[in-house]
Design a protein around this ligand. Structure first.
Ligand code: FNR
Length: 356
């Protein structure tokens, strides 16, 4: 029987599942413990009602935005996700080429399965996601590599002082990458005739805003803090000189039972008061979701799993298709809301009305 191609982002998930090793599918799809936050992220979008304006004569919407000085073809970035070669043999090469083709910003994960230099060579607009390592010398070398590769921002993930508890992984006994696959940025040249070694990533409970201050002194790249949900942390981040904030709960993969990132966005926006750009990720699956995030104060959003599903289904072409579908939906949603551009989306489109 012939499979019908997915017509929206959600339909990529079952198509990807059919192609993936079940343990790898679970790694991508899963979240922490009861996955309450995973479900909450999407539910938060579904609950909100849009109240469109009519007869505004705006013509077809323009989707381009500028984030931290980087122009992007739409206010949708690729969130950093680890281990793309688990989804498709072309791994991050495919993702990066799709991002380049689509003109969107790719946030390359530090835990990628090809190097940051190889990703950069594919030509996308590129930011680098960093887990600050307790070994600051090694962290500095990663930062220099990202700078030299042409990354335009560092995205520091703050919500991971420890690994979240993924019970699907426990059940599947999935704790390591298969042979031949490894975190390519973590390879250290073997000294004095020894073999190269892949360094273990350290998710450190010692990290504090002091480390952010250290990073601020270490690099002149813009610093984006990812994983903020509390308005007090957003204010601290601004005080410590971050250039942008990603409101995110790591796709529900870290602390379970935290609120949907969309539900935290208004509080963070209120705390930050336009001092730095705000991004949001977690549960974005529709053009209308993007509009809702913009209405609540985001300058752009990022998608995690949908890109992985596209990658698993058809490599580069699959990621391109995911981005094209979302772009078309966003243009349609903006038109139907009477908005001429992402910047034209105002809070009154979401007048506090909830859907059942
Ligand atoms: C992630 N995410 C993530 N974030 C990060 O800062 N560093 C990382 O290495 C990873 N790795 C990772 C792997 C996988 C399989 C997933 C699904 C997610 C989190 C990611 O950047 C983002 O916050 C969420 O994926 C957004 O939610 P959605 O779009 O997947 O619902």
């Amino acid at each position: 029987t012939r499979e019908t191609p997915p017509v929206n982002l959600r339909e990529f998930e079952p198509a990807a599942r059919a192609r993936l090793d079940p343990a790898h599918y679970d790694y991508f799809a899963g979240g922490a413990q009861d996955e309450i936050t995973v479900a909450a992220n999407e539910a938060a979008f579904r609950r909100r009602a849009l109240v469109p304006r009519v007869l505004r004569g705006q013509g077809p919407p323009r989707l381009e935005v500028t984030v931290l000085g980087e122009t992007a073809s739409m206010p949708v970035l690729l969130a950093p996700t680890a281990f793309h070669r688990l989804a498709h043999p072309d791994g991050e090469f495919a993702t990066a080429r799709a991002a380049a083709e689509a003109g969107v910003i790719m946030i390359a994960a530090m835990l990628s399965t090809v190097t940051i230099e190889e990703i950069a060579a594919c030509g996308p607009k590129l930011w680098f996601q960093l887990y600050i390592q307790p070994d600051l010398g090694f962290t500095t070398s990663l930062v220099r590599r990202a700078e030299d590769a042409g990354c335009r921002a560092l995205v520091v993930t703050a919500d991971s002082p420890a690994l979240g508890r993924n019970e699907r992984g426990d059940r599947n006994g999935f704790h390591d990458l298969p042979p031949g696959m490894y975190c390519a940025n973590m390879v250290q040249k073997g000294r004095q005739g020894r073999d190269d070694e892949v360094r273990q990533v350290a998710l450190s409970p010692d990290l504090s805003f002091r480390h952010l201050d250290w990073l601020r002194e270490t690099t002149s790249l813009p610093i984006v803090l990812k994983g903020v949900l509390h308005p007090a942390d957003a204010r601290l981040a601004v005080e410590h000189g971050v250039d942008a904030i990603v409101v995110s709960n790591h796709g529900g993969r870290q602390l379970d039972t935290v609120p949907a990132s969309l539900d935290r966005l208004p509080l963070v926006a209120d705390a930050v008061r336009g001092q730095v750009p705000l991004l949001l990720d977690g549960g974005v699956r529709r053009g209308t979701d993007v509009v809702k995030a913009l209405a609540l104060g985001a300058d752009a959003v990022a998608i995690g799993r949908p890109a992985l599903w596209g990658l698993a289904v058809a490599g580069r072409a699959g990621v391109e298709r995911v981005l094209t579908l979302l772009r078309n939906e966003l243009a349609n949603a903006l038109t139907l809301c009477g908005a001429a551009s992402p910047g034209d989306v105002t809070g009154d489109l979401l007048d506090g009305i909830d859907l059942k």
